[in-house]
Ligand binder design. Structure first.
Ligand SMILES: *[C@@H]1O[C@H](CO)[C@@H](O)[C@H](O)[C@H]1NC(C)=O
Ligand SMILES: *[C@@H]1O[C@H](CO)[C@@H](O)[C@H](O)[C@H]1NC(C)=O
Length: 342
């Protein structure tokens, strides 16, 4: 069934110690070494599930596993100690999107996002109302707090609410807890980054099935100690992820507050549409952001419709390589791939 280029690709894979992009469908690719998520998505495809099922259950696996504490319940509490979730799913055949932001008390964020897509004409529901919608759709409401998230919160309180995301307020947010009032606006210095590899690593996943149906999904509990109500890039179509079966898919991870301003996933997909290879598309989307925010923490994965894939990241102190997962028709098991940041 598979023609000769596939064998050539296998030879390349054996010879090369660095990951080579070997086009093959179906393809599952996701941010970070979240291997169980990759395996789950692959299992769903092998069992005859759709690309949407695969991306939903793949990211859903990370929600259950609380991948790195950055996805799902019991991680990255906000300023009040509550864990809230952001998620999105996109169908690249129909260009339908479902998303939730600041979702409270419901563990299955990406499944709620899919319910928004399939059981409403809206695209994006947020906050308490999104939770009510989820309950109406049959999801179970439960406390997302765990001892782990409670301890993170207590430590933060004991450290005078450090670090936090307030600026130009009094009392001085760099050494005092709130409540805060606005004060004279200070000039922001680039490089003042709270979000780093330790506090934020969303799962973003692209699944392309045998027929070339491109889907993308994301799920995260957002930035640790975020201001309540904060929604990051992950649930925003074109920012956290994007899928278009006529061009490809992309997903982003990192400092969402900065990255969402550039729609990097949309940017990368449009570059691939114009013929740019996935690695270069990812690099160009990262480079655009870096022009304005040289110190931003972020990485991307990109895949085109023939199954070529690549990734890129912005090199900052403490982050020089980005690991991601790939599973495709040429691999017998999920491959943990790595790129050097640019
Ligand atoms: C959480 O902490 C409480 C009391 O500090 C303890 O009783 C409980 O067993 C802990 N739960 C877990 C899952 O560790
Ligand atoms: C997809 O990317 C691969 C490189 O990874 C490239 O060889 C292939 O031509 C690309 N396909 C399309 C449709 O652009």
């Amino acid at each position: 069934m598979m023609p000769r280029p596939v064998q050539m690709c296998l030879v390349l894979l054996l010879l090369a110690l660095v990951p080579v992009s070997c086009a093959a469908l179906p393809l599952v690719i996701n941010t970070w070494p979240f291997k169980k998520a990759t395996e789950q998505a692959w299992r769903v495809l092998q069992a005859g599930g759709s690309a949407l099922d695969a991306v939903e259950q793949g990211c859903g696996q990370c929600e259950k596993d609380q991948c790195d504490g950055s996805v799902g319940y019991g991680g990255n509490p906000d300023e009040t100690g509550e864990t809230t979730l952001d998620a999105m799913i996109m169908n690249g055949d129909t260009m339908e999107v479902g998303a939730v932001g600041d979702l409270r008390r419901i563990k299955d964020a990406i499944s709620v996002a899919r319910a928004v897509m399939e059981h409403s004409k809206h695209t994006f529901l947020v906050g308490e109302s999104a939770s009510v919608f989820a309950e109406n759709m049959g999801f179970t409401a439960e406390d997302l707090t765990t001892n782990t998230s409670l301890n993170i919160y207590k430590k933060w309180l004991n450290a005078n609410c450090q670090p936090n995301y307030r600026q130009s307020v009094s009392p001085d947010p760099s050494n005092a807890c709130g409540p805060y009032k606005p004060s004279a606006r200070l000039q922001q210095t680039a490089g003042d980054q709270h979000i780093n590899i330790h506090t934020h690593d969303t799962i973003g996943m692209i699944v392309i099935n045998q027929k070339g149906h491109v889907t993308a999904g994301t799920s995260t509990n957002g930035a640790r100690h975020k201001i309540p109500g904060r929604v990051g890039d992950s649930p925003v179509a074109g920012a956290g992820a994007y899928a278009d079966s006529t061009a490809g898919g992309a997903a982003a991870t990192g400092d969402g507050d900065v990255m969402m301003r550039f729609l990097p996933s949309y940017h990368a997909v449009e570059l691939m549409r114009a013929g740019t290879d996935p690695t270069t598309a990812c690099k160009k989307a990262i480079t655009r952001i870096r022009k304005y925010f040289p110190q931003f923490f972020g990485a991307m994965i990109c895949a085109n419709i023939t199954g070529g894939y690549g990734a890129a990241c912005n090199k900052v102190p403490g982050f020089s390589q980005f690991n991601f997962m790939v599973y495709n028709a040429q691999l017998k098991s999920p491959l943990q791939a790595m790129v050097d940041c640019i």
